[in-house]
Ligand binder design. Structure first.
Ligand code: GLY
Length: 347
């Protein structure tokens, strides 16, 4: 098992890469443990849950609501949770986002940690201290920053993921390469077929490389005032595609990355040859869709967290492996969306 530390002024987090549930038992309290999970994860891993009160939500994005977080808090109160209680989120991205939020608001905050069971949460969602739920169709509008005390990434657990969930995680893995490590991007794409065998050693190496990137960025900017924005590459268009077409997060992000790369070329920030390279490489991973951007996309994006006074802080690429952030007026984005959709329509 390898350890990566994220130390920030607001809190510290230890990422335990490649360990097992047995490794984290000494880190948990003997009393007052509340395990927040989903019904699928409980079915698969219930027998190895540490001793504690289990609260299971329905799997999937529909559980990322304030009502579900409130209901979990109510169940904790009824079961006698107090300020000394400890929340362990055991699951994928939705579980970690909701459990993290519950831990940060219950009685103004209790200790928490995660056991991360999906590729998407091991490379992204469980790491870095973002918590959140959606507000209607708007993603992660309600949330907090709060570092989990530890995150266990047991790569053996990835063997139980559906193909769709697994591929969704590949999207976030590729994103880390695209924004900060050109070699990682091309290595993941070249290994995509091999990775689907779920060999924990091969996966573990790639996950480690992505998590090192994320941890390095989060340490420098834990509250997303600047640099951390690059982790949102592909997410502004991606969130709209995810909500509108009901596609898995990582696949929406993969398509969002291509659209953001098109925008980078349109803005003159990146040569067209890099866009082609990104596109051809990602096509081979089977992650791309060819959805049009839906009507109202710019209005939806303007309600995203990246929007400020009529402009959006948009993550673009200079080249594969180097992201930059530029303020783009909403009016300019409207013109780009028309250009992009016309291009899609003309095939
Ligand atoms: N998922 C982006 C971030 O954690 O900042």
């Amino acid at each position: 098992m390898k350890r990566i530390r994220i130390n920030t002024p607001e809190g510290k987090s230890i990422l335990l890469m490649g360990g097992t549930v047995r490794d984290i038992l000494p880190l948990l309290p003997r009393k007052g443990l509340f395990i927040i999970t989903d019904t699928n994860v409980r079915k698969i891993y219930g027998s190895i849950f540490p001793p504690g009160e289990v609260l299971a939500i329905e799997p999937g994005e529909k559980s990322k609501t304030l009502a579900v977080a409130g209901e979990l808090c109510r169940q904790m109160l009824e079961a006698g949770a107090d300020r000394t209680s400890f929340v362990l989120g055991f699951g994928g991205g939705v579980v970690c986002d909701v459990a993290g939020l519950v831990a940060s608001i219950y009685m103004r905050g209790v200790r928490h940690a995660f056991i991360s069971t999906t590729l998407l949460s091991q490379v992204d969602a469980s790491i870095g201290g973002k918590t959140g739920v959606n507000l209607g169709e708007y993603k992660n509008i309600l949330g907090t920053f709060r570092q989990p005390e530890f995150v266990l990434c047991d790569h053996e657990m990835l063997s139980t993921l559906s193909d769709e969930e697994f591929r969704s995680g590949l999207g976030e893995l590729l994103k880390h390469g695209a924004i900060r490590d050109r070699n990682l991007f091309f290595d993941v794409a070249a290994a995509a077929d091999r990775l689907s065998s779920r060999d924990p050693r091969i996966l573990g190496d790639f996950i480690m490389r992505a998590v090192r990137i994320k941890a390095g960025v989060v340490k420098r900017d834990p509250l997303e005032k600047g640099l951390r924005r690059i982790l949102n590459f592909g997410h502004t268009f991606g969130h709209v595609l995810e909500t509108h077409y009901k596609i898995p997060h990582g696949m929406a992000v993969a398509q969002g990355m291509i659209i953001a790369a098109e925008l980078s070329v349109w803005k003159g920030e990146m040569p067209h040859s890099e866009l082609r390279l990104l596109q051809v490489t990602m096509e081979k991973t089977g992650l791309l869709t060819d959805y049009r951007l839906p009507a109202g996309v710019v209005n939806m994006m303007a309600k995203d967290k990246k929007s400020e006074a009529g402009s959006l802080n948009f993550v673009l690429l200079r080249m594969v492996g180097k992201a930059i952030v530029r303020k783009i007026p909403v009016t300019e984005l409207q013109a780009f969306v028309s250009y992009y959709n016309e291009k899609q329509d003309s095939g």
